[in-house]
Design a protein around this ligand. Sequence first.
Ligand code: ASP
Length: 422
Amino acid sequence: MKRIFAAIKSGLHWQIAIGMAFGIAIGAFAREAGVGYWVTDYVAVLGTLFLRALRMVIVPLIVASMISGITGIASGKDFGRLSLKTAGYYVGTSLAAILTGLILVNLIKPGIGAPLLLQQTPEDLAERAATVGDTLLRIIPTNPLKSMIDGDILPVIFFSLLFGFFVTRTAESYRIRLTEWFQALFEVMMRLTQFIIRFAPIGIFALIAEIVAETGFSAFPPLAAYMATVITGLAFHAFITLPLLLILIGKISPWKLFKAMSPSLLTSFSTASSSATLPVTMDCAENRAGISNKVTSFVLPLGATINMDGTALYECVAAMFIAQAYGIEITLLQQGIIVLTALLASIGAAAIPMAGLVMMTIILKAVGLPLEGIGLLLAVDRVLDMMRTSVNNWSDSSGTAIVAKTEGEDQLSVLFAKDKPI
Ligand code: ASP
């Protein structure tokens, strides 16, 4: 008993898991007892406060971390190699995830005979889907300060990357002064982040209680086959594909990395937002897994915004599901188009809740499927969003560890041997 208490006291992931369990219990109880409003009106405030606190640190943390990280990558050659490895990992794992989904959806065929629930697609969903081209163009900010103020992450990353790179190209006295300044800023932001993370168990308890009290579980049965297909695909990717990469390329124990990253994985599950989770992910990667700031500061912010394996898999399964439910034949060529657009949609999707659902319109349009089909997916989107966001995060975390290890960070093998709680 004493040991259990000690584990809970020192293990943030246990505290978060307990918060989640309480959240489910209280949310379900309040819903059953007809006092769900009590949770959504009052308890939910704690979740909102936690999310706001996380969002508060995102922009300064990214700017400080990227600039201080890039200044550590001395030469342009190192930078090029790191970018290539990272991009290769992002595209490779996203494609693997999509193909897993495609095979499963063809085998299980969850859409055949699925009830066409008469749900309307909210009109603004189609309008909100920016085209992938738009997202790519917007990487270059016309005004970096405005992007920071708007919390527009990709342009902020782009500007910070360039800024950090050119700090290393200035005269020594400037370089030292600026590097030290951004390192100091990064230290402060990291400590502030760690302080916020201490409240994660309470914040996550409230977020989960709110979701359960609001949506309950009644929407699940009619869409059980569809959910099972997405969840099986996500599980395959998370527990087989990515661990194989960790073992074969990184020579890293997936289990130990999983344990080190667990507070962050649980946070992405509860918030369904890769960007809100980013501060927690950076903290876990550096302080629990021992990966250098040089690599985490480059791979994680970019990964949170553009590397979304779970979303890519989901996009593919959902599009095929809609085609099956409407009895529309999808040719091999169309399946190829779905694979490609699912990859682009996952890159373009914002790292916020429901972004994947919004991007579905791009795929449906590309292969001529009815946009109302999105209405079919709405009822169970939240829970699938939570799962795909965790897989998105797990892929970013694995990628960071793999890139770090191939960059010669051998301390990882040692550090992974003993689990350092925060
Ligand atoms: N919520 C996901 C994320 O933040 C994106 C999605 O909706 O698929 O990673």
